[in-house]
Design a protein around this ligand. Structure first.
Ligand code: MSP
Length: 632
């Protein structure tokens, strides 16, 4: 059995994970599941990076210890990994003893082999607090780096790693192993970075990610990329018994990381490993970023998309499918609720879900709740499947996931037109459930089964369900299951509710349901004049009647009185307030807002509320203030 070891980056714990972190987990999981079903002995490691100033500062802001913050965020990670059906075999935290021991061991080996590869020196440069790193002089202008972060001239006495010695060895490695960095454009970037010659790397106390006290000098910590290596070292006797057989998995076959950290993994990490005399990972794979309005989704930009609501409302597979289908692996992609809903409804609810329901229903109606009795090994769908499966497998090997899904969809489209042109419902009416009909329906179900098997790494839970409904063994998703002929005859099929119920797009978008922070935080509103403020007509109003808007969790339709007139206002306050408690309440409204339609109801104005993490809290006025009084 061929071993296959893959890792993700280890995520910082300064904040709860967002869609970018989960994307990396999902991609890695897709590869892990695919390798497993191809027969490999897979080991999949993920984890968290719990050292560094980012985390210290975030913890201080919350008034907790870094480890307390880390424990909380790690809890969220575990929960999300489980809910997203991510099949990691291990989860490493940099605060764990096995990690510390691993890092120490790398250090020990470097010092033993080439003692002056790590030396004490002095470094002066532009230090960026927010990136926790020194920025090269040519990337600093007017006291800020290329990303606009402030930098300070800083001198530090600290340890250096003699990276300059590894320039040639690294270049030789890239030349002899062009597959080492994927995609090739990233390899070119890496080579361009290394070619002019590498500078020694300052292992600074302030630039630490994966730190432990430097032996003999507790003020210093070591900067080592030890996420995957740790298991290798554990296996050499430094870790738990549980890891004792991990040595057989090293070197890693793939480190899956974002494009921002390809350099660390393709330059520094291999140099450390060379220094320690440890085999290099086989491939560094750099994926693109999820963006919002063309900007990277990140905590510091305040434009995060969190996966929880999407999973709650549509299931893990909807999110897994969306990120794998929408993003060309390796490139950037803009996230939007709208595109997620479109993919969900068009691809999953309609194409996949409806085709499955229709085919199963026909089988059940014509063949007494069972798969048809007659198999068929010469037909158009079989030829289509035999042509598409090898193409799909190549695409999976090439990490072209989006294309692999498209290939599965090609088969799905072929199934649909096969059914439409053969019109089995007419055949049944005129000739009954004869052998021809049996073959037509069986071919449709059998090719659908193959579509589901293709989709197994992407949407594992739905595939199990789909296969079970088709009368196939849900565990039969191995590579052999992609061959024609696997669906048993005359076994029960299951007619049930749609596997992907259609989403009401208007409702979701009306409620801004899916992403916690739907818009990027603007760089602080511009100052306005008193006249501009006065243009906004704020009035005290009284809620006279209120009712929930049907099919909406958030929206409440209110009739409010401003003294001389009554108007309808629809407000998204239904998660906090019931209609009953609103009636009789005084609120503040924007009275001169242009009317807008919300779920078909015209809303004339807006009720003011503070939003605490999306939870509304109405602005209150003294009940004695007459209706219609202006607020200024
Ligand atoms: N702790 C370091 C990595 C050390 S790896 C030994 C780190 N952590 S991170 O939390 O900032 O990012 C973790 C991973 O998530 C990185 O691979 C990063 O590229 C990825 N993503 C973070 N934001 C992202 C998007 N908006 N989109 C896609 N992935 C991105 O870097």
């Amino acid at each position: 059995m061929k071993k296959f070891y893959l890792t993700t980056a280890i995520n910082y714990v300064n904040d709860d994970p967002h869609i970018g972190h989960m994307y990396e987990g999902i991609v890695t999981d897709v590869i892990a599941r695919h390798r497993r079903r191809m027969g490999d002995d897979v080991r999949f490691l993920t984890g968290t990076d719990e050292h560094g100033q980012k985390i210290e500062r975030a913890a201080a802001k919350e008034g907790v210890l870094p480890i307390e913050l880390a424990d909380r965020v790690v809890g969220v990670h575990h929960d999300l990994l489980k809910r997203l059906n991510i099949s990691n075999d291990d989860f490493i935290r940099t605060t764990e003893q096995r990690h510390r021991l691993g890092v120490l061991e790398v250090f020990r080996r470097i010092q033993e082999r080439i003692p002056d590869d790590i030396y004490l020196g002095e470094h002066t440069g532009w230090y960026c607090q927010s990136e926790e790193t020194f920025i090269p002089d040519n990337q600093v202008k007017d006291g800020v780096d290329q990303d606009g972060h402030k930098v300070e001239r800083t001198t530090e006495k600290n340890y250096f790693f003699a990276l300059s010695r590894y320039t040639e060895r690294l270049l030789t490695h890239y030349r002899t192993h062009p597959e080492f960095v994927w995609p090739p454009t990233r390899l070119n970037e890496v080579i361009a970075f290394v070619e002019p010659g590498l500078k020694d790397l300052s292992i600074s106390r302030t630039s630490i990610s994966w730190g432990i006290p430097f032996p003999g000098n507790p003020d210093h910590v070591i900067y080592v990329w030890a996420d995957a290596l740790i298991n290798y070292l554990s296996a050499l006797g430094f870790g738990s018994v549980e890891n004792a057989n991990v040595a057989k998995y090293w070197p890693a076959d793939m480190h899956i990381v974002g494009k921002d950290i390809v350099r660390f993994h393709a330059v520094y990490w291999p140099a450390f490993l060379m220094a320690a005399g440890i085999e290099l990972p086989k491939r560094i794979v750099g994926h693109g970023f999820w963006l919002r309005d063309q900007q990277k989704i990140s905590k510091s930009l305040g434009n995060v998309v969190r996966p929880y609501n999407i999973i709650d409302d549509f299931g893990a597979d909807a999110l897994r499918y969306y990120v794998m289908r929408e993003m060309v692996f390796g490139q950037d992609q803009d996230y939007s609720d709208q595109s997620l809903l479109t993919r969900y409804n068009a691809d999953l609810a309609n194409d996949l879900g409806n085709t499955l329901s229709r085919a199963i229903k026909m089988s059940s109606d014509y063949f007494a709740g069972k798969t048809p009795p007659t198999p068929c090994d010469d037909n158009d769908l079989l030829r289509e499947a035999r042509a598409l499966v090898p193409q799909y497998l190549r695409q999976m090997d090439d990490l072209a996931f989006q294309r692999a899904i498209e290939t599965a969809w090609q088969l799905l489209t072929a199934i649909n037109s096969y059914i439409v042109t053969r019109e089995p419902w007419k055949h049944f009416k005129t000739k009954g459930a004869d052998e021809t009909l049996s073959r037509v329906i069986w071919n449709s179900l059998e090719s659908l089964r193959i579509v589901f098997v293709m989709m197994a790494p992407f949407i594992p839970a739905s595939v199990r369900e789909g296969l079970a409904r088709l009368g196939s063994d849900p565990d039969r998703i191995g590579v052999q299951a992609l061959e024609w002929g696997g669906l048993p005859n005359s076994v029960p099929v299951r007619v049930a509710d749609p596997i992907f119920p259609r989403a009401d797009v208007a409702q979701y978008l009306g409620e801004k349901k899916m992403s916690d922070a739907p818009q990027a935080v603007p760089p602080g509103p511009a100052k306005i004049s008193i006249d501009q403020f006065m243009d906004v007509d704020l009035r005290v109003a009284e809620v006279k009647a209120a009712e929930r808007v049907p099919k909406s969790k958030k929206l409440i339709k209110m009739t409010v009185s401003t003294g001389d007139e009554e108007r309808t206002i629809v407000g998204g306050i239904g998660t906090k307030y019931t209609p009953e408690e609103l009636v009789g309440r005084k609120v503040v409204i924007v009275a001169n807002l242009q009317p807008a339609k919300l779920m078909g109801i015209e809303s004339n104005g807006m009720v003011l509320a503070a939003s605490i993490d999306g939870e509304p809290s109405l602005v209150a006025v003294d009940p004695s203030v007459p209706n219609g009084t202006r607020v200024r």
